[in-house]
Design a protein around this ligand. Sequence first.
Ligand SMILES: O=C1O[C@H](COP(=O)(O)O)[C@@H](O)[C@H](O)[C@H]1O
Length: 256
Amino acid sequence: MSETVVVVVPDADILASTVAARLVIKIIDAQAGRGWASVVLTGGRVAAKVLRSVKELPAADAVDWSRVDLWWGDERFLPAGDQDRNETQAREALLDALPLDPARVHAMPPSDGPDGDDAKAAAARYARELAAAAKPGSSELPHFDVLMLGVGEDGHVASIFPEHPGGYETGTVAAVHNSPKPPPTRISLTMPTIRTAEEVWLIAAGKDKAAPVGMAIEGAGPQQLPAAGAVGTDRTLWLLDRAAAANVPPKARSLR
Ligand SMILES: O=C1O[C@H](COP(=O)(O)O)[C@@H](O)[C@H](O)[C@H]1O
């Protein structure tokens, strides 16, 4: 049975450093148990802050970074190196400073990659990359120890937007067209894929996130508010600063 935990900390800086600490410990624990760890990264402002905080953590030296698989929850379908790509931001914030195994860094294809600007073909390519790393017992997906998600002001997670066709996709990876948030073309893990992760961490800071966070925790429908559907198989962690938690009922908070 999956549990949901809501953690509230004072502000965005403390949120970033506490999420970074949790992430490093989660990776160390996974590596202690099985020798490797698998993390799904998210894009967005708070995610970049978290990654910069990991770089500052002395405990990050306890991770064997060459045995960490990195995947992305979504990507803005733009040329390689574009500053708005989630991959570019993650590399600049942290990845370029780590001794990662390049073969284990699974960025989503760019719009000038092998499939050109065909987002559907690029999404299918990423689905094949996931399938090639599939865990025993699954033909389609690897194990994800932790899958991190930012939460949009409209309640989107990854590139799954409210009442948008991507929310109804049943494959593992979807091409998203006409995204309400720029850029219009994106690639995203689908909700069924997100829900296979052992732990899903929804990370949000700032008052603009208070409404969607409050509604999702109170049980909104996942088509109206995708954040409400993002649940881990073992645990769903809401990691919030006080402003983002303003509409969370006190009984749902595990730490103030
Ligand atoms: O465009 C995106 O936005 C969301 C939320 O970003 P934030 O800056 O409001 O935290 C992000 O989670 C997603 O990965 C990204 O593609």
